[in-house]
Every structure is written in C-alpha cells, then in structure tokens.
Design a protein around this ligand. Structure first.
Ligand SMILES: [Zn+2]
Length: 495
C-alpha cells in the first residue's frame, strides 16, 4: 500500500481516476479522495491532512445527525483543553501506558522547559475526569452526560491514509457518569446502536457489532463494544467504540457522589467515540471507477442541475430560468440542489466532474425539455435515466434519492454478507484470510494464546465477539487449540 505523497501527485494529474477500483484499491482510493476534492495533503507533514469543503460538509451532516440524537436523550456538549499535564495522564496507569507510544509532548513554553510536560490529547478521559470530580456531589447530579466535538492526535507509525488513518483526526468523544453499573451498561449499548444507525441509515453500509476481546479492548475499560465494517479488499475497519469504564477511572480520580441512602459511592462511567473514518469507509464501499458515490443522506449536494445551453442560441435565458425554478422547488422540499451554470465548460465535462464528486442525482435541462415541459434525471449509482413532467420534479427527486439510498444499502449489504466465511479447521481459517480476506467466523476458547497465534500466523485479530451467541457454543471446539469453545467470534485483518 503506497500513499501518493504530495510532490509525486503532480505527475499523474488527470481529470478522471486513472486506475480501476478492483485493480488497485489503494491508489484508486487516494485518487478519488483527492480528485473529488474531499481532502488534500498538508505541508504539516506525514499523517496530517486538510479537509476540503466537499469532505467537511459530509462530516457536518454526520455530526448534525448524531448531535441532535444525543441531545434528545439529555447529553450536552462541552469543551476541554487540548493539552493535558503528564502528571494527570499518569493517574490511571494502565490507560497511560496504552497511549504513551502515540502521544505528542509539549516540553517547552517559549524558551522555558516545562517542569510538568504537556501531552497533546490522544483522548480526553483524564482531563475530563479531573474536571468533573468537582461537579458531581450527590445522586442529583447524575447522570452527567457530556459530549465533546474535537480533534485528537496520535502519532501514526503505520502508513497513513486520508480519513482512515491519520495523525490528527476529527471525532466526538462522549463521557458519561452514572449512579449504577446497569445504567452505564445501558448507555454503552444505546450509543452503540445509535452509531449503527449512522452507518446503516446515513452512510448505507452494514457493520458487525459486538464486544472486543480483553486483548483488544480500550486501555482502562472494563469492556469495549465495537462496530466493524468490511472494506472491498477484505480488511475490516473499526467504525466506532463504546466503552464500559466501570469504576476504573472514578477510583483514581476520586469521582464520588452521595447516594440517596447517604452513603458516598464511586460513579460508573462510559466513554465512546466515532470519527471521520465514516467518510473513508463510504468512499471505499460505494465508490466506482468513475469516482465517488455519496449516499443521498450524506451528500452535501444531492441534485446538481446542469443547463444544456449550446444547442439553441437565444433559449439560454429561458433554460436558466427553468433551472432556477426547479432548484427553488427542490430546496423547498428540503432537497440540497445546486445549479452548475458555468459557461466555460461543456455539459459533458460537467457530467463527468459531478459523477466523480459522487453527487447522487443529476438533472439535465435543455431547450427541448423546456418545449416538452419535462426534466431528465440521471442517477449516479446506476446511470439510469428518468424523464418526468416538470410538475413532478420535486416528488420525483425525493423518490429517486430514496431509491438510490436503498440501492447503495442493498449492494453494500450483499457485499458484506458475502465477506463472511465459516470455516471448520485452523488451516482453512489461515487459507481464507490469506486468499480472500473478509471475516472468518469460528469458535474460540477465550484464551489470549490462541488469539495471538492467529495474529502471528495471519495478521488477523478478533474484530468482534457478537452479543448474540449461537446455542451450540457449548458443544463446539476452539478453531485453534480444539479445547471447548467459549464464543463464536469474527477474525479479520484490519486497517
Ligand atoms: Zn483455543
């Protein structure tokens, strides 16, 4: 996997995508992200990226949905500092040890060495817990449901890729405190299901949900729940996690409350996050050889209206007038519509450009359509044309957008399901991971030794232990050691 670096890319500058998705997914992905103008490289150095408006607006749509949903259940947004004193980060030692290799440090302020160096947040558990200790006094202050929209920095040693793996990334981190373990456990699941809705209903791709093994869980968590998507090259991608922290942080940070019975108790906590990786995944999953395909619900522009002006002189004004009327009608219905009236480009050139940018639906409108009082819709996902009377433009657009969303979902679901393999021997597991990738579903005894063995032989790890376990787990054997199984699990290589 080679990332096209800044200086190289000028040489292969060309309008369309120059490789086929199935021939070289990595290069296809990088070209799509750059040419659809989602992101650009940054001169800040390796691992950093610039998000352009086309990419940022997708993030805003994800953010707006999630933000409004969590607010319905009483969560509130806050903001905490970027820099965390080392002494604070060390308070929960296991957590600190887990993040230490990825942490950037600020050791100077101007010319002066800092006595207590500052860490650039890799995540904000410590600084948030230190603050809320003073906010929670009694059971009346609970639950405390906080969310933060920010960026975090983790030094990336592996190769970086826009949206999928970068040193600095945008995400949200939720941090909640509860009076009981059960309430915290429910919060963990509620958020996981909400994340699942973003992937399925907005980004239109399926995910596997379940728990992480102890080896793979978040450092400092009692347990971690996860959402795992499958990329076209057979590698899994973790889309979000929701953690039960138990009292692992409330004890070292002394976050206690006075219970209804007058007793001082430690709070139960959760944390959870999802990032702009969702954008990377939807590029990978839905894109094609022409470029990006954005699911309508996450498309900053859902319908682009392209006037056909060159065929009959004198009709241009009327065509543009009609385009503008249609845009107005669409916008009234809540459809995000834009007119491309640039004069120095041909309609054909514009078609290609908007296809590369993944706009779900295009309207072509020329003098002949004007005479017939019709609009021509062209779908990005399958290229099909629909001709409708002008009066039905807005209802037609809504219907077509919903069909596109549904079609992308069905195709992604089919791909996802075909990526799951059941195997009956360890040799078969190794073979599948090496040949095709995807998820390998098999039984596991629960021992880290077997988990590590698979990792060392194939590079695959346990992506998730599904919540719903089959009835025959008891009679089944571990795929690695043959001992009685504890769980059915999904192995895969991952990004
Ligand atoms: Zn085993």
């Amino acid at each position: 996997m080679q990332v096209t670096s800044g200086p190289d890319r000028g040489q292969k500058e060309s309008l369309g995508i120059t490789v086929r998705k199935k021939d070289d997914l990595s290069e296809w992905y990088t070209q799509t992200v750059l040419k659809a103008e989602l992101a650009d490289y940054s001169s800040s150095g390796k691992g950093f990226m610039v998000i352009r408006p086309n990419g940022y607006e997708i993030w805003e749509l994800i953010r707006d949905f999630f933000d409004s949903e969590i607010k319905k259940t009483g969560h509130r947004n806050a903001y905490f500092p970027t820099l965390i004193p080392k002494s604070l980060l060390e308070k929960e030692s296991e957590h600190f040890a887990g993040f230490n290799p990825e942490v950037f440090w600020v050791s100077k302020a101007g010319a002066d060495e800092l006595a207590d160096p500052l860490a650039v947040r890799p995540t904000s558990e410590t600084i948030i817990h230190d603050a809320i200790r003073n906010w929670i006094r009694s059971w009346r202050d609970l639950p405390l449901l906080l969310n933060v929209w920010n960026s975090v920095l983790r030094a990336e040693i592996k190769s970086t890729k826009p949206f999928l793996r970068s040193t600095e990334f945008l995400w949200q981190e939720g941090h909640t405190s509860h009076s009981t373990e059960e309430e915290a456990a429910k919060e963990v699941m509620d958020i996981l299901i909400l994340y699942k809705r973003i992937m399925e209903e907005l980004a239109a791709f399926p995910v596997l949900i379940g728990k992480k093994s102890d080896r793979e869980k978040f450092v400092g968590a009692v347990y971690t729940t996860t959402l795992e998507a499958m990329m076209p090259d057979g590698k899994a991608l973790q889309m979000g996690t929701s953690h039960q922290l138990g009292q692992n942080f409330s004890k070292p940070f002394e976050i206690r409350f006075l219970g209804e019975n007058g007793e001082m108790r430690y709070v139960w906590q959760t944390s959870w996050g999802t990032s702009w990786r969702i954008i990377g995944s939807l590029v990978m999953i839905h894109g094609d050889d022409k470029g990006l395909v954005v699911p309508p619900r996450l498309a900053p522009v859902q319908v682009v209206i392209i006037p056909i002006l060159f065929s009959k002189k004198g009709s241009a004004e009327k065509v543009l007038q009609r385009c503008s009327e249609i845009q107005g009608v669409l916008q009234k219905t809540g459809v995000r519509a834009q007119i491309d009236s640039r004069e120095n480009y041909t309609p054909g050139w514009k078609f290609n450009e908007w296809e590369m940018k993944g706009v779900p639906l295009r309207i072509e409108l020329g003098p002949r359509d004007l005479e017939k009082d019709v609009v021509v819709f062209v779908r990005r996902d399958n290229g099909s044309k629909t001709i409708l009377p002008v009066g039905e433009a807005s209802a037609g657009a809504v219907e077509l957008l919903s069909q596109i969303q549904e079609n992308l979902w069905s195709k992604a679901k089919e791909q996802f399901e075909s990526s799951i393999h059941d195997v009956s021997s360890y040799a078969e597991l190794v073979g599948v991971i090496e040949r095709t990738g995807g998820f390998v579903r098999s039984f596991w005894c629960g021992s880290p030794k077997c988990e590590i063995d698979v990792k060392e032989k194939t590079g695959a790890d346990i992506r998730a232990i599904p919540f719903d376990q089959p009835d025959n787990v008891g009679e089944s054997k571990c795929i690695v050691c043959g001992e009685p199984a504890k769980n059915l699990v999904y192995f895969a290589r991952a990004y």
